[in-house]
Write a protein that binds this ligand. Structure first.
Ligand SMILES: NC(=O)c1ccc[n+]([C@@H]2O[C@H](COP(=O)([O-])OP(=O)(O)OC[C@H]3O[C@@H](n4cnc5c(N)ncnc54)[C@H](OP(=O)(O)O)[C@@H]3O)[C@@H](O)[C@H]2O)c1
Length: 155
C-alpha cells in the first residue's frame, strides 16, 4: 500500500497497483484501464507483458526498456504476442549505451525540470562497496524503494 501511495501521491500517476497482491494480472489491468492501454513502458517482461498485450488498444505502442523478470529464469514464455499482429501494435527496444553521446543534452533538459519539481525521484542509498552485491541482488526481489545507489566513498 505504501508503494501504491508513493506512485500516486509523490509521482502523480493516476492509478497504481501492486502486482504482488493481484491474483490475475490481466483482470487487474482491465480494471485499472477499462478503455485499454495506448502506451506501455516495458520494464518487466514475462507474465506482465503477457497480461498487458491483450489489454493494448489498436495502434498501441510498447517501448521496451527492460525485462527484469526474465534475467534469472529460462522459458517463462509469452503467449499473447499475436496481439501485436491483430492490434497493429508497435514494440521498440532501446539501450542507454547507444545514446551516451546525447548525455550532455539530456542533462541540460532534465536539470531545470528537477529543480522546478516537475520531475522527482527517490534514492535508496547503501554505504560502502561491500554493500554493492546485496544491493544488486536486492533489485530482483524489490528490496529497494527508489533508485539503488551505492556510495563508495563520501568526500
Ligand atoms: N534499456 C536500458 O538502457 C536500461 C538501462 C537500465 C535499466 N534498464 C531496465 O530498467 C528496469 C529497471 O531497472 P532499474 O535498474 O531502474 O531497477 P529498479 O527499478 O530500481 O529495481 C528493479 C525493480 O524491479 C522489480 N522486479 C524485480 N523482479 C521482478 C519481477 N520478477 N517481476 C516484476 N518486477 C520485478 C522490483 O520491484 P518490485 O518490488 O515491484 O518487485 C525491483 O525494485 C530493468 O528492467 C532494467 O533492465 C534498462
Amino acid at each position: 500500500m505504501i508503494l501504491v501511495d508513493l506512485l500516486k501521491n509523490k509521482f502523480g500517476f493516476d492509478e497504481a497497483f501492486n502486482y504482488k497482491e493481484e491474483q490475475d494480472l490481466e483482470a487487474a489491468l482491465k480494471r485499472y484501464f477499462p478503455s485499454g492501454i495506448d502506451i506501455y513502458f516495458e520494464n518487466v517482461g514475462g507474465k506482465m507483458l503477457d497480461a498487458v498485450l491483450p489489454n493494448m488498444r489498436f495502434n498501441g505502442r510498447i517501448s521496451a526498456c527492460g525485462m527484469i523478470s526474465q534475467y534469472n529464469v529460462q522459458g517463462d514464455g509469452v503467449r499473447n504476442l499475436g496481439h501485436i499482429v491483430t492490434k497493429l501494435l508497435r514494440m521498440q527496444g532501446f539501450i542507454v549505451s547507444h545514446y551516451y553521446h546525447m548525455y550532455p543534452k539530456y542533462m541540460e533538459m532534465i536539470m531545470p525540470l528537477i529543480k522546478q519539481g516537475k520531475i522527482c525521484y527517490i534514492e535508496d542509498v547503501v554505504e560502502g562497496l561491500e554493500s554493492a552485491p546485496a544491493a544488486l541482488v536486492g533489485l530482483f526481489s524489490g528490496r529497494n524503494v527508489g533508485k539503488q545507489v551505492v556510495v563508495v566513498a563520501r568526500d
